[in-house]
Design a binder for this molecule. Structure first.
Ligand code: ATP
Length: 196
C-alpha cells in the first residue's frame, strides 16, 4: 500500500490569504501531497495576534478559503487544545491520527529562520520533512538549513502578501480583493473585522 503524504501547515491565519493558499496548492502539486492540514493557532507562542477576531472566526475564514481545493483540510487540533500552540504537540497528535503516513511541515522562510527558538525543536525536526516557502524580504538562513535533517525548499513564486498588509488595507479601506478569496473578504466586511 502506498504511504499517504500529509502536511501540517500551521499559522495564525488572521486572516488566511493568497500567499498561504497559492503556495499550499503549488506545494501539494510539487510534493504530491494527499492532504494539507491547515492548523490555526489558538494561543500562538511566537507572536501576539494583533486585532484578533478569535480562533473560531480565524478557523471559519480558513474553512471558507480551503473549499476550493479537495486536498485542503481544516484541523482544529490547536483550537481544541487548552494550552499554547506548540508545533511539537500538534505534530505528535497528527502522527497519532495518521500513523502510517509520511509527515511534512510547511513553513514560510521567516518562521523557518526562527526554528531553533521553538519548543523541543530538536525532536520536531526529527519527526517531519520540512518544506520551506520562499517569502519576499526573508531569505532562508543557511545555518538553519544546515541543522535540519530533512528539508526541501519549495519552487514557489514569491507572493508579496501578509495578513498584516490585509488588516492594514481593510482599516484604510483600500482594495484588497486580489490578496484573499472573495468569500473571506465578504465575511470580513460583513463582520466588520479589522476596522479599528
Ligand atoms: P502576519 O502578517 O499577521 O504576521 P502572516 O501573513 O505571516 O501573518 P501567518 O498565518 O502567521 O501569516 O503565516 C503562517 C505561515 O505561512 C508561516 O509559516 C508564514 O511564514 C507563512 N506565510 C505567510 N504568508 C506567506 C507568503 N506570502 N509567502 C510564503 N509564506 C508565507
Amino acid at each position: 500500500m502506498l504511504q499517504s503524504r500529509i502536511a501540517v501547515f500551521g499559522g495564525t491565519f488572521n486572516p488566511v490569504h493568497n500567499g498561504h493558499l497559492k503556495n499550499a496548492s503549488h506545494i501539494a502539486d510539487e510534493f504530491q501531497l494527499d492532504r494539507i492540514l491547515f492548523v490555526p493557532a489558538k494561543i500562538p507562542v511566537h507572536k501576539r495576534i494583533i486585532n484578533d477576531p478569535g480562533p473560531e472566526e480565524r478557523s471559519y475564514m480558513l474553512s471558507l478559503a480551503i473549499q476550493a481545493d479537495s486536498r485542503f483540510e481544516l484541523s482544529t487540533l490547536e483550537i481544541e487544545r487548552n494550552s499554547e500552540s506548540y508545533s511539537i504537540y500538534t505534530v505528535k497528535s497528527v502522527i497519532k491520527n495518521y500513523p502510517d503516513s509520511r509527515l511534512f511541515f510547511i513553513i514560510g522562510s521567516d518562521s523557518f529562520n526562527t526554528i531553533t527558538g521553538w519548543k523541543n525543536y530538536g525532536e520536531l525536526i526529527s519527526l517531519v520533512h520540512f518544506i520551506v516557502m520562499k517569502r519576499p524580504g526573508d531569505g532562508i538562513r543557511e545555518e538553519v538549513l544546515d541543522i535540519i535533517p530533512s528539508v526541501s525548499i519549495a519552487e514557489n513564486v514569491e507572493i508579496d502578501v501578509s495578513s498584516t498588509k490585509i488588516r492594514e488595507y481593510i482599516k484604510e479601506k483600500k482594495d484588497c480583493a486580489k490578496l484573499l478569496p472573495d468569500k473571506v473578504l465578504s465575511y470580513i466586511n460583513e463582520k466588520e473585522f479589522y476596522l479599528l
